[in-house]
Ligand binder design. Structure first.
Ligand code: 13P
Length: 269
């Protein structure tokens, strides 16, 4: 069995004001309108203040996500955003959880990520759980151990039914490969990590792992995107800098879609 769709999206991080985000999305929706009927899930994850403006744009099926979320519906958590607040916007499909910048710079733990995953699912969102090892963990050859901990703790108490519903996505993003100082990961290395993640999902959710897309992210660009999406266990790409303007997103998506079709779609599971 194979995942029937290509997953492709961008995390805008702390870039683009609300008006810039709306302009970006509007242009992107027009440029990619003809891809709406193709087996592709396109998504954009803007900053919190940009979400209402993004929600008001005609998006031609582009899904919107939030970059983070507290797990409680309300409470004494200054500076946090709750699932109820996101739900009330009426335009959020997915919530990104545990991006390495959250884990590295803001001290988020895998246990907190797990609470967020459970809360996102309970509130009807798709949970996009990000996992990835640091350069030091790679140096000590404990990448797979790190990924296993982040995955097992992050998905603790997530039921097989929720997995089967396709509302959990995983993004593998090695910390050392992300951002302006990142070094693109060798494709063979990415394939090994994705294969291990797939095996782990198969152990955790026998018969259900096909429902979990494995996205790759970290310095993806037009030079390396074809190699990454051509890998057997890469079901989609989660792009940063290289997709922050609409023509670049559109061109990269079309490049990736052609390779994805050539390899016969995602999977195997
Ligand atoms: P870059 O593609 O800019 O390295 O960022 C990737 C990323 O963090 C996606 O979440």
């Amino acid at each position: 069995m194979k995942l029937p769709r290509l997953f492709f999206g961008t995390n805008l991080k702390m870039y683009q004001t609300a008006s810039e985000t709306a302009a970006f999305l509007g242009e992107l929706a027009q440029l990619t309108a003809d891809l709406r009927e193709e087996p592709i899930i396109r998504f954009v994850i803007p900053s919190f203040p940009s979400l209402p403006a993004a929600g008001a744009v005609e998006r031609n099926g582009i899904r919107l996500g939030a970059q983070n979320m507290h797990w409680e519906n309300a409470g004494q958590y200054t500076g946090e955003v709750s699932p109820l607040m996101l739900r009330d916007l009426g335009c959020i499909d997915l919530v990104e959880i545990g991006h390495s910048e959250r884990r590295q710079l803001f001290g988020e733990t895998s246990q907190q990520c797990n609470q967020k995953v459970l809360s996102a699912l309970a509130n009807g969102f798709t949970a996009l759980l990000c996992v990835g090892e640091t350069a030091a963990e790679k140096y000590y050859s404990i990448s797979d151990e790190t990924l296993a901990i982040q995955l097992k703790v992050g998905l603790a108490d997530v039921s097989p039914a929720e997995i089967a519903a396709g509302r959990v996505w995983i993004a593998y993003e090695p910390v050392w490969a992300i951002g302006v100082n990142g070094k693109p990961a060798p494709p063979a290395y990415v394939q090994e990590r994705h294969q291990r993640l797939r095996l782990l999902l198969r152990e955790l959710y026998p018969g259900q792992c096909c429902s979990v897309p494995l996205l790759y992210g970290g310095s993806v660009n037009s030079e390396n995107a074809s190699a990454y999406i051509g890998l057997e266990d890469v079901d989609g790409l989660f792009v940063g800098r290289a997709a922050w303007n609409a023509p670049a997103f559109d061109a990269l998506l079309r490049q990736v879609y052609a390779v994805w079709k050539e390899k016969g779609g995602s999977g195997p599971c």
